[in-house]
Ligand binder design. Structure first.
Ligand SMILES: C[S@@+](CC[C@H](N)C(=O)[O-])C[C@H]1O[C@@H](n2cnc3c(N)ncnc32)[C@H](O)[C@@H]1O
Length: 294
């Protein structure tokens, strides 16, 4: 089999360019795919709950002090900072295509000597070939129109013997009780929005095949879940989705794409709040994961 290409990723056709005045942001980058979630407060509330333990458990046994790590699509940086604590004193870089995500990440960076955040694009990473021991992406590939190309670019920048780690949800396998047709409708709407943005909301199940297509020769696949089934986690999960349905990009894109309207979105938000109040309320979120080498 021919050796897959390991040179730098070329730029994709541009849809939107952005710049920022923060010193770390002086580089102009490109955002080529439309990100379904956006960065409304209700979305960042969801991302800020995430830790290395609850979102990257499959990767933790691979980490060791002194490793260099790149966190691709780092969002507000919470997972990045947790991973940084585990590889210290190894240097860590968190990158994201969105300026507001990087701004939020700067705000949590209490290890500025070790950790840097910057705007960058997973399709064309600002890093030499084979420069990181660990390249990590949590809930990023599902939003991309070409996840195999992104994985190829992540493979380009990982050292020989290093590991690329990716974890993504599988929205078709979300499970909840009590049943409510409006929560089913929410799931249908999310699929329709994500696919309209050329993403793959069921990415978790495809990670193994995508990593193989990207040229990795040693891929270990696994799965894990988030479960919300106690009053506190139900209130948090149900409350943030109620807000996201009406206030985040979910709302604007659902309306813009002609998939829903304000009345339906209000009823879905109410269904989320109602679910959160049910003593028997259960919600489980399935994820696929890969550790890819070679
Ligand atoms: C669902 S968030 C995940 C954030 C973080 N990894 C976490 O799990 O909390 C996906 C992130 O990927 C970023 N993203 C989307 N397209 C990207 C690209 N082409 N390059 C880098 N980041 C991208 C988005 O801006 C967003 O912050």
């Amino acid at each position: 089999m021919p050796e897959p290409e390991r040179s730098g990723g070329e730029q994709r056709g541009s849809e939107r360019r952005f710049t920022t005045t923060h010193p770390e942001h002086e580089r102009t980058s490109r955002q080529v795919d439309r990100y379904s979630h956006g960065h409304h407060e209700s979305v960042l509330r969801s991302h800020r709950w995430r830790t290395a333990e609850n979102s990257a458990g499959y990767l933790l046994p691979q980490l060791a002090p002194g490793q260099t790590l790149l966190d691709v699509g780092c969002g507000p940086g919470n997972i990045t900072m947790d991973l940084a604590a585990r590889v210290a004193p190894g240097t860590v870089r968190g990158i994201d295509a969105a300026a507001d995500a990087i701004q939020a990440a700067h705000a949590v960076n209490d290890r500025p000597e070790q950790v840097r955040f910057a705007i960058d694009d997973v399709y064309a990473l600002d890093a030499p070939d084979r420069s990181y021991d660990v390249v990590h992406a949590h809930q990023v590939l599902q939003h991309l129109s070409d996840p195999v190309r992104a994985l190829r670019e992540m493979r380009r920048v990982v050292k020989t013997g290093g590991v690329v780690a990716a974890r993504d949800a599988d929205y078709s396998c979300f499970s909840w009780a009590p049943l409510d047709p409006l929560l089913t409708r929410w799931n249908e709407l999310y699929h329709a929005i994500a696919r309209r943005n050329q993403g793959e909301p069921d990415a978790g199940r495809f990670l193994l095949g995508w990593a193989q297509q990207a040229g990795f020769t040693d891929v270990v696949a696994s799965s894990s879940t988030w479960t919300y089934a106690d009053p506190e986690s139900r209130a948090w999960w149900g409350g943030l989705w109620a807000d996201r349905v009406e206030q985040s990009s979910f709302a604007t894109q659902a309306v813009e794409y002609g998939l829903s309207d304000a009345t339906e979105l209000a009823s879905i938000a109410a269904a989320w709040r109602n679910w959160a109040e049910q003593p028997g309320g259960w919600y489980a979120v399935l994820h696929g994961e890969v550790l890819a080498r070679g």
